[in-house]
Design a protein around this ligand. Structure first.
Ligand code: CP
Length: 302
C-alpha cells in the first residue's frame, strides 16, 4: 500500500491490519511512552485547502508522536491566493523533500490527482463530497473498541449523505469488514447513485433506530448547497434529529457517533451529545492513534 485514497481500495486484511496497529499504538503519547522514533528523518506535509479542526491537528500530532518533521500548509496565506495550481504547489513541496502529503481539498478526486504528481505517499484527508478514509477507519476502530466486533454490526448513518465523504468511506469500509449499513435521509439529501451502494436506504429514522447497534449522525452541509435547498432546522430535526426520547428507543448497548463538527439542536440534541453513549470525543482521541497507524504503515518502511 503506497497511498490511502479510498477505503474501497482496502482489503479486509489491510483494513484489519490498520485497526490492529492503531490499537498497539494507542499507548504512545501517555506518560510512559511519549514518542516513537519510527519516522525520524521523514517529512509529512499537511496540505489543507479546506478548514479542519480534528483531522489536521490529529495528523500533526500523529506524525510528531512518530518523530516525523511536520510542515503545515494552509491554502489561506500561501501562494495559492496568487493563482498557483495544486500541481505546482505539490511539486514545490516535493522539492522540499516531502515523504508523505496529507491533503484536504474541496474538489472530489484531488487526492487521486496528487498521487500522480508526487513521489511520496498521499493520504486523503477529505476530497470534496467523495471520501474521507481516515475518518471511516477511526469510526470503525471506535465501534470495535466499544462493541467488541464489526462483523454483523447494524450501523445506521443518518443525515446529509449527498454531501458526505464520511458516509461513502464508511459504507465501503464497514461492508468490507462485515457490518450492515443503512443510510437514513430525506430523498433530497441522498445521491442519485445511492441504490448502487452496498447498503440499504430508509427514509424513516424511527423504524431504523430500534434495529441499530450504531447510529452515526451527519451534519447538514449548508456550505455545499444552495440556500433554497437547505431544509428548515425545525422540520429536519423533527424527522431526522436524535433527541433523548429517540435515544431511549435504541437498544440499550447501542452507541451514537458523529464525525464532527456537530450542530447541537439540529441533527443531535445537547442531551444526546453529552450522553455517555455518544462517542464523539472518543472518536477524536482514537483519530490520533489511527492516523499514527496509517503513517507508520505507509511511511515506516525504508
Ligand atoms: N471529522 C472531520 O473531518 O472534522 P474536521 O473537519 O474538523 O477535520
Amino acid at each position: 500500500m503506497r497511498h490511502l485514497l479510498s477505503t474501497g481500495d482496502l482489503s479486509r486484511d489491510e483494513a484489519t491490519l490498520i485497526l490492529d496497529t492503531a490499537e498497539e499504538l494507542a499507548q504512545v503519547g501517555d506518560r510512559s511512552v511519549k514518542k516513537l522514533p519510527t519516522l525520524r528523518g521523514r517529512t509529512v506535509v499537511n496540505l489543507f485547502y479546506e478548514d479542519s479542526t480534528r483531522t489536521r491537528t490529529s495528523f500533526e500530532l500523529a506524525a510528531k508522536r512518530l518523530s516525523a518533521d511536520v510542515i503545515n500548509f494552509s491554502a489561506k496565506g500561501s501562494s495559492v491566493s496568487k493563482g498557483e495550481s495544486l500541481k505546482d504547489t505539490a511539486l514545490t513541496l516535493q522539492a522540499m523533500g516531502a515523504d508523505g502529503v496529507v491533503i484536504r481539498h474541496s474538489a472530489s478526486g484531488a487526492a487521486h490527482r496528487l498521487a500522480n504528481w508526487v513521489d511520496g505517499s498521499v493520504l486523503n484527508a477529505g476530497d470534496g463530497t467523495h471520501e474521507h478514509p481516515t475518518q471511516a477507519l477511526l469510526d470503525a476502530f471506535t465501534m470495535r473498541s466499544r462493541l467488541g466486533r464489526l462483523e454483523g454490526l447494524r450501523v445506521a448513518i443518518v443525515g446529509d449523505i449527498l454531501h458526505s465523504r464520511v458516509a461513502r468511506s464508511n459504507v465501503l469500509l464497514l461492508t468490507t469488514l462485515g457490518a450492515h449499513v443503512t443510510l437514513v435521509a430525506p430523498p433530497t439529501l441522498l445521491p442519485v447513485s445511492v441504490h448502487t451502494w452496498p447498503c440499504e436506504v430508509s427514509y424513516d429514522l424511527d423504524d431504523v433506530l430500534p434495529k441499530s447497534d450504531v447510529v452515526m449522525l451527519l451534519r447538514v452541509q449548508a456550505e455545499r448547497m444552495h440556500e433554497s435547498f437547505f431544509p428548515s432546522e425545525r422540520e429536519y430535526s423533527r424527522r431526522f434529529g436524535l433527541d433523548g426520547e429517540r435515544l431511549g428507543r435504541m437498544p440499550q448497548d447501542a452507541i451514537v457517533m458523529h464525525p464532527g463538527p456537530m450542530v447541537r439542536g439540529m441533527e443531535i440534541s445537547a442531551e444526546v451529545a453529552d450522553s455517555p453513549r455518544c462517542t464523539v470525543t472518543e472518536q477524536v482521541a482514537n483519530g490520533v492513534s489511527l492516523r499514527m497507524a496509517v503513517l507508520y504503515l505507509l511511511l515506516g518502511g525504508s
